[in-house]
Design a protein around this ligand. Structure first.
Ligand code: SF4
Length: 418
């Protein structure tokens, strides 16, 4: 690690952060990173010298623990520590409320681009970039010259172009990441095994135009190599691997296991965690031999199922081609898998919002509170607000009612893209 003072700037280069994501009420980037501190802000860079985080350090900043994060999809997300009411941790399971600058399914209105303090931070980054480009390299030690040269290559246009290439590589922007990706702060390497999904539900705001397509092994292998190349020295900042996309579990069992092994070998991730989405059909058809092999991988795996409702009228309204019986069967199998396999955790989503069937909430309450003996500490239920829901306070009210009676740990699921 190098540290260097230049007038009112402090440079800290290649600082080693933790090798796994630490859930903390303070910013601590994973892997190696560099930092420029001004009297007002800290600007964090990954090992490719791309801007990743901005944190205000004066009393005008919203909160000492709040920060801005730039995702690999080139979105700036403001990590708020909460807005009134119950602590964020009780409804998201995290210390931060991500305020997204794009349409999602929020339970609280928080547009970072409406907050002048956030806008000032982004403006300060633009100003710092201009100031850095005015420095005379001859006045600086060689290691700092190199770092600044790399930072200046990552101007706004260059970052946009990199994001375009990233999306091209994974065949388009990922419209949604699984809620379990919160365990690594949504910092995942996306390796797609399938594209599209089986159901094409009417209510879904994140579905792609196409029905399910399973990608050939050769294409998956090539994707892994190109992702490794793309992430380059920054691979160490990733603990999560998303085996995408909307129904990765619908890929052939052998393909999933081989892709997981390939990912472990290619990305050499420390403390790896796999994340997947699965449909009820692809989940129910998996045999025990698949679960045994998956459990034996040297990684944790989270699989998220979209169950949505146990009420027939609501499933029909949603255009989800499942019966309450299939939803219940998927739920029972989820509990069984969670109980049987140490390294596999299956989680489920149910919907919240206006304009669902009148029996949706009563049925869901009864279902999630029935049979206390089935309660376990591993199973997590996520409640996903419908994107069309306008009454945000009502959503949180409904959520807390369900959380209170649920046999399982329960959180809100906010749609985040990549
Ligand atoms: S909810 Fe899931 S299965 Fe239904 S359309 Fe959306 S992505 Fe596909």
């Amino acid at each position: 690690m190098h540290s260097y003072h230049l007038k009112d700037l402090i440079f800290i280069l290649e600082k080693q952060g933790p090798l796994k994501y630490l859930r903390k009420p303070a910013l601590e980037p994973m892997g190696k990173y560099s930092l420029i501190r001004t009297p007002f802000y800290e600007f964090y860079f990954n090992l490719k010298a791309e801007i990743k985080f901005i944190r205000g350090i004066t009393s005008t900043w919203p909160h000492p623990a709040a920060f801005l994060k730039r995702t690999d999809g080139n979105d700036w997300v403001f990590y708020s520590v909460g807005i009134g009411g119950a602590p964020v941790r009780s409804w998201l399971g995290e210390y931060y409320l991500p305020c997204l600058g794009y349409p999602s399914n929020p339970v609280w209105d928080c547009d970072p681009y409406q907050d002048p303090r956030v806008m000032n931070a982004l403006g300060a980054w633009a100003q710092l970039f201009a100031n850095l480009s005015g420095l005379n390299p001859a006045d600086l030690p060689p290691y700092l010259q190199k770092f600044l040269e790399n930072v200046l290559q990552n101007h706004e246009g260059a970052l946009l172009e990199k994001t375009r290439k990233f999306h091209q590589l994974i065949k388009g922007r990922l419209s949604v990441l699984p809620p379990d990706a919160r365990h690594v702060d949504y910092q995942v390497i996306p390796l797609n095994l399938t594209k599209g999904c089986l159901y094409h539900c009417k209510f879904c705001a994140v579905k792609s135009d196409n029905f399910l397509a399973r990608l050939p092994r050769a294409e998956i292998n090539e994707q892994a190599l190109r992702l490794k190349d793309f992430l380059g020295p920054d691979l160490g900042a990733y603990q999560g691997i998303f085996l995408g996309d909307h129904d990765g579990l619908a890929a052939d069992g052998e393909v999933i296991l081989q892709a997981a092994e390939l990912a472990l070998e290619t990305f050499e991730t420390a403390h790896p965690v796999f994340f997947m989405f699965g449909s009820v059909d692809s989940f129910l058809t998996r045999k025990s031999s698949f679960w045994q092999s998956l459990d034996q991988l040297p990684a944790k795996t989270y699989i998220n199922l979209g169950l949505e409702s146990v009420d027939l009228d609501t499933l029909k309204l949603l255009g989800k081609p499942l019966s309450p019986g299939q939803v219940r069967e998927g739920f029972s199998k989820m509990l069984a898998i969670n109980g049987q396999y140490e390294n596999i955790t299956v989680t489920a989503n149910f919907l919240l919002g206006e304009n669902l069937g009148e029996n949706h909430l009563p049925c869901l309450s009864a279902f999630l509170s029935a049979d206390k003996n089935k309660a376990d500490k591993k199973t997590t239920i996520y409640f996903s607000p419908l994107t069309t829901s306008q009454n945000r306070p009502l959503l949180l009210e409904q959520f807390f009612e369900l959380k209170k009676i649920s046999n399982y740990q329960s959180y809100i699921y906010l749609i985040q893209r990549l």
